[in-house]
Design a protein around this ligand. Sequence first.
Ligand SMILES: Cc1cc2nc3c(=O)[nH]c(=O)nc-3n(C[C@H](O)[C@H](O)[C@H](O)COP(=O)(O)OP(=O)(O)OC[C@H]3O[C@@H](n4cnc5c(N)ncnc54)[C@H](O)[C@@H]3O)c2cc1C
Length: 287
Amino acid sequence: MRAFVPGYHMETPPTLAAALQRMASEPSGWKPFAGGTDLMVLLEAGKLPHRKFLSIWKIPDLRGIAASSTHVALGALTTYSEVRRDELLGREFPLLARAAAETGSIATQNRGTLGGNIANASPAADTPPALLVYDAELELVSANGTRVVPFHGFWKGYKQLSLHEDELIRTIRLPRGTHGWTHFYRKVGTRRAQAISKVCFAGTARMEGGKIADLRISLGSVAPVVLRATETERALRGARPTPMVIRAAQEALAREIVPINDIRSTAHYRLRVAQNLLAEFCETISA
Ligand SMILES: Cc1cc2nc3c(=O)[nH]c(=O)nc-3n(C[C@H](O)[C@H](O)[C@H](O)COP(=O)(O)OP(=O)(O)OC[C@H]3O[C@@H](n4cnc5c(N)ncnc54)[C@H](O)[C@@H]3O)c2cc1C
C-alpha cells in the first residue's frame, strides 16, 4: 500500500552546520534523505515509518572526490555515476568502480550515493565489499565534532550501525597504495543488470615469489552484514595457492559465512558459489 505523502515532513538545510544543528536539537526526530533510492522504495511500499527528513542532497560539504598523497576522500553524497567517471578511482580502486557500474540502472547510479549505501546497511549492498577490501575509513560528523572510524566493524549486526542519531557520514576515506595488487570482483545475480546480489565477492592480493604476501577478502549476501573473511584470509596469507591450500581456505570460508535461504537464492547455492569464487580469485592472483 502506498504511503500518505502529506503525513511526511521534509526540510532542506542549506549548509552542513544547519543540518547538524537540526539533528542535534531533536536527535531521533530527523533522518537524512540523500538520493532517496532506498527511502523512496519504502515510501512507495508504505513501509517508511519515520516521518521527518532532512534533504542533504544540496549540501556542498558532503560532495566531491579529493586525493591527497595518502588517501582519496569521497564525500558521502558521491554517486555511483561519479565513481564510474573518476579516473583515479578506476585506476587505484577498480573494485569500487566495478561495483558502481554493476549497481542498479543508470538512473539509480545517477542518484544513489555511497553514504546511503553504507547507512542503509543491506547485507546485499554492492559497494561495501569493495570498501572493506580497500580498508575504508568513515568520517562521521555531528554538532559536537568529528570522529573517524574504520568501516570494518561499523556494522554491528543486521541494520545495526555504529552511528549516533545526531551524526551524518561525511566522508569515505580510502588509503592509497594499491599499486601492484591484483583486484578481483564478482557479483552473481539473476541478471547482469538491475539485480540484487545472490553472492558478491571482492578480493585484493599482493604476490611475492609465488606466495600470497598479503590479501583481503570480503563478501556480500552471505551473512547478516557484508563481512571481511578474515579466517579465510589467514588460511591463505603467506601460502602458495596450491589446490590443497585453496581447499583449506574454502573450508575456512564455509565456517565464517552464514548464508540463508530467501526469495533470491538458497544457502547451499550461496555457499557453493562463494567457494567457487574463492577458487577463481586464487587462480587469478597466481596467474
Ligand atoms: C531500482 C534500484 C536498484 C538498486 N540496485 C542496487 C544494486 O544493484 N546494488 C546495491 O548495492 N544497491 C542497489 N540499490 C539500492 C540503493 O540505490 C543504494 O543503497 C543507494 O546507494 C542508497 O543511497 P541514497 O543516497 O539513495 O540513500 P537514501 O535512500 O537517501 O538513504 C538510505 C539510508 O541512508 C541514510 N543516509 C543517507 N545518507 C546518509 C549520510 N550521509 N549519513 C547518514 N545516513 C545517511 C538515510 O537516512 C537512509 O536511512 C538499488 C535501488 C533501486 C531503487
